[in-house]
Design a protein around this ligand. Sequence first.
Ligand code: ADP
Length: 492
Amino acid sequence: MKNKSIRFQMTFWYAVALIGVAAFLFMAVYWAGSAVLRKTVRDYLISTVETNVDQIQYAASGQAEREGAEANSMSGEILLEYGSGRLRIDDDFMNVVNDVQTALYTSDGTMIYGENPVAKETEAVPFTVSRTWNVRIGKIRYDGYDRKLNLRTPDGSPLWIRGIVAETENVQQMREISGLMLLVLPVLVLLALIAGYFLTGKMLAPIREIEQTAGRISEGSDLGERIDLGPGTDELHRLADVFNSMFDRLSEAFAAEQRFTSDASHELRTPLSVILAQCEVILEEEHTSEEYMQAIRTIRRQGARMNGLINDMLDYTRMEQRAEQYEMTQLDLSGLTAETAESLALLQINGITLEMEIEPGIMINGNRFLLLRLLQNLISNAYRYGKKDGVIEVRLARDHVQNTDVAVLSVKDDGIGIAEEEQSRIFDRFYRSDASRSVQGTGLGLSMVQKIADLHGAEITLESAPGEGSCFSVRFHSSTQDTRDSSHERNA
Ligand code: ADP
C-alpha cells in the first residue's frame, strides 16, 4: 500500500470508511425500523383489543328482552345466548381493523364470536392476562394479545378477547425499505468515491507542482525557478513558501560558492602567473647569478603570497562550514583582548606603540577561538596599515544602550585610512583598497571579522579618513559584569 500513490491510498481508506459507515447506517436503520414497526403493530393490537372490550355486555336471564340470538337491526347490537343469559355485543365491536383480528373466547378456548385467521394454530396458546405474545406459523410471525373481560357470568368463568395481527404486511414494507437502501447506498458510496477521487486529485495537484518544480531545480536546469501555487495560505502554500525560501538560500549559497571559487582562482592566478613568467625568463637564456637570485626571490615572495592566500581561504571556508558548530561559552573578553594585544605588541612592528584601555571583567557569550581571530585580524591590520612610529589604541568598555549591556571593542590607528567610497567594500572577500596595495594581504581578514561578529550577534562600525587613520568598533550584546577588579589598563 505504501508504494501506491497518495491519491490511491486516500481514496482507498476513504472507501473503506465510507463502506463501513454505509453498512452501519443500513443496519441501524433496519434494526431501528423493525423495532419501531413492531412496537407500532403491538400498540395497534392492544388499543384495538382494548376498544373492543367496552363493546361487550352480559345480561342475566329475565333482565332483557328475549328476542333470540340474532342481530337487532334497530339498535345494531348482536345478542348471543351465553349460559342462562345473553351477551350483548355492540356493533362498534370490530372484528377486523388495522389488520388486527379480534375474537371473543370462553375460558376453555372456544371462540364464540369474531375472527381469528390462525385459530387452529393458536388454540394451544394459553390465555395470559393483558400480555402480548407471538407465534411463527410458516414464514409469518403473528403477534397476539389476550384481554380478560370483567363480566359477571352465571358460572363465574371469565371470557377473553384475543387479538391477532400478522406481521407480513409490515415486514414487507421493511423489506422494501431495506431493498431500496441496499440499492441506493452502494450508488451513493460509488458517487462519493468518484467525487472523492477527483477532489483528492485536485487537492494533491499543488504537491505535484511542488514535486515537479523541485525535480527541475534538482536536475539543475534552472536554479532561479520557484514554486507558484497562486494565492492561498493553506498548508500546501506554506510548504511551497518554505521550499521557495530554501531554494533562495540554496541558490544564494551556490552563487556565493561560485563567486568564491572564481575570486579565489583569480587571486591565485596573479602570483602563479608571476612565478611562471619568472621561470620562463630564467630558463630562456643564461643569466648572472644575481639575476637568478632576483628571480628566486620573486618566486619565493609570490609563493609566500599564494601560501597566505590558501591558508586564509582554508580558514575562511572552514569557518563558514562550521558556523553552527562553534561552541559558545561565557568568556572573559577583557582578558582575551589584553592577551592578544600584548602578544602582538611584542613583535614591535614599524616602531608603533600600542595603548590599551580595557575595562576589566567584561564577560560575553562567545567562542574563544573565533574572538581571538577577530582581535588578531583587527590589531594586525592596524599595525600593517598604521603609520610608522604611530600609535594604536585598543579599547574595551561597557556601555548601556536601550536597556541592554553592551561591550564595545575598538581598535584605532593613525595610519593610511580608508577612502569613504571604499569603506563599505573592505569587508567583501578579497577586496583590498588601492592605498593598501604596497602592503601584503589577502583581502580575507575583514570578511572573517565580519563573519565572526555576525556569529556573535555583534555589529561593526568603521570611522576612517584617508591619511588620518581608522577606527574599527565592534559592539557585543548581552555582556555581563564580572566581579573581578583587576585592571588591564597599561601601555605596551
Ligand atoms: P588584507 O589586510 O589581507 O588585505 P583585510 O580583509 O584584513 O585584508 O582588509 C581588507 C582591506 O581593508 C585591506 O586590504 C585594506 O585596504 C583595508 N584595511 C583594513 N584594515 C585597515 C586599516 N586599519 N587601515 C586602513 N585600511 C585598512
